[in-house]
Design a binder for this molecule. Structure first.
Ligand code: SAH
Ligand code: SF4
Length: 422
């Protein structure tokens, strides 16, 4: 039995021990610098003997090659002296975590299953999913902040996966690097020719922290990672093009505004505490009223910088017109957009998606009250890449192995597929 870094708090909600180690993608004993922030690069250069007076310049050079150009080896860094390139190459790599699989939906959505290198002797290497959603004029990358999720929202597939751990800042940034590699989204690189990548300046123009995990339970990891992603000399995505989605970790919401500064989305999903307690169990700790108070006080909130409220449409559960009216009443005075998400089913769920007519009625009611109320088109459902469908392949293999054991079928072969033990 392996140990999980998880403790159960008295309200039944699991919380993991923070893991803030910055990076380690290690190949052949060498550490990858991909995902490192500026301070960490300084440290690493000092370790290999780069004199302090040179470090700023060298960090700027590395930064440009890694995050602006997407270099995958030190050889490419032509303005760095040959000797230093050789020293860097002896000590470090620019490897990305391993892509286990890439799936492309018929609507162009791409999903990568990514294996992070083991963090220690007991870690088999965590797997996470990253999804790319192309539209005609933009491309949104949906990234994960944790392996699985400690919260257990009843309609979310990720919530059924036991948490393994927080992703490090470097592992969060690496998802952006991998997507840009695969989409030919670096200066001079070639875009895939299957016609499913937008013909925009940048294939990845927006980022949403809406993959696996609760980003505000990995606050430091997400904050460091977003600082790297927003840096204007590198990946250079503006904070207005980054949206962090939270299930409502109230005490961290003001810090997210002050210290991360991205746009924020709140997974509301219900207008009454009794129902929200069931759908989003974190509501027992931070009820709707506290959540909305935190939204009203969100730093920088204005009509130009609205909060998005996400509302999953569950047939017969939260989709009545009186729910819509109550939603309007609750959000009064908050500059808001309401994003209606058709429920994406997954194997074993007890919920059904509301009918299209009902979603339209609900959306009309909200729209008539003066709120933008776009319905999120489900994308990538055929490859289980839509909201709330993410759950790593390891977990599915493990579940299959368990089933086979229960049915008395030998499962040795299945466990051998890197599934680890639990
Ligand atoms: N943990 C964060 C971010 C990840 S989930 C959060 O909960 O906000 C991203 C969004 O997808 C959330 O609004 C979540 O409630 C929603 N979601 C989860 N499962 C879903 C499903 N099966 N169908 C549609 N939306 C879902
Ligand atoms: Fe976690 Fe978000 Fe899924 Fe809830 S909806 S279980 S917070 S990933």
């Amino acid at each position: 039995m392996s140990q999980r870094p998880v403790v159960r708090t008295d309200d039944g909600i699991e919380k993991i021990a923070e893991i803030l180690t910055p990076a380690p993608v290690i190949t052949g004993g060498k550490l990858s610098l991909v995902g490192f922030g500026r301070a960490a690069l300084h440290e690493k250069l000092a370790e290999i003997g780069v004199p302090a007076r040179e470090q700023n310049m060298r960090v700027n050079q590395l930064w440009h090659w890694i995050y602006h150009r997407g270099a995958a080896s030190f050889d490419a860094m032509l303005n760095v002296s040959k000797t230093l390139r050789a020293t860097l190459d002896d000590a470090f790599t620019l490897d990305r975590p391993e892509i286990v699989s890439e799936q492309i939906s018929k609507d162009g959505t791409r999903k990568w299953l990514i294996r992070m290198p083991p963090m220690g002797a007991h870690d088999k290497g965590a797997e996470i999913e990253t999804v790319y959603i192309p539209e005609s004029d933009r491309g949104t990358l949906c990234i994960s902040s944790q392996v699985g999720c400690t919260l257990t929202c009843s309609f979310c597939h990720t919530g059924t996966q036991r948490l393994v751990r927080n992703l490090t800042a470097a592992e969060i940034v690496a998802q952006v690097m991998i997507a840009r590699d695969r989409l030919g989204d670096w200066p001079g690189a070639t875009r895939p020719t299957d016609g499913l990548v937008p013909d925009a300046d940048r294939a990845v123009s927006n980022i949403v922290l809406m993959g696996m995990g609760e980003p505000l339970y990995n606050f430091d990891g997400v904050r460091y990672a977003m600082a790297t992603v927003m840096d204007g000399d590198g990946l250079s995505l503006s904070r207005r093009r980054i949206t962090l989605s939270t299930s409502g970790v109230v005490p961290m919401i003001p810090r997210a505004g002050d210290e991360i500064g991205s746009m924020i989305a709140i997974s509301l999903h219900a207008v009454r505490d009794d129902l929200r307690n069931e759908l989003v169990p974190l509501n027992r700790k931070y009820p709707i009223r506290d959540l909305l108070d935190a939204c009203r006080a969100y730093p920088g909130l204005s009509n130009a910088r609205r909060i998005t409220f996400e509302y999953v449409m569950l047939d017969g559960v939260n989709d009545s017109l009186s729910d819509a009216r109550e939603l309007i009443r609750l959000l009064k005075g908050i500059p808001a957009k309401i994003n209606l998400i058709p429920f994406n089913p997954w194997p074993g769920t007890k919920y059904k998606c509301s009918s299209w007519d009902r979603i339209e009625e609900f959306s009309d009611a909200v729209f008539r009250a003066g709120y933008a109320s776009p319905v999120r088109t489900p994308r990538g459902r055929d490859i289980l890449a839509a909201c709330g469908q993410l759950k790593s392949e390891t977990e599915k293999l493990r579940a299959r192995a368990r089933l086979m054991l229960e049915e008395g079928i030998g499962a040795d072969g299945v466990y051998a597929v890197g599934a680890g033990e639990d």
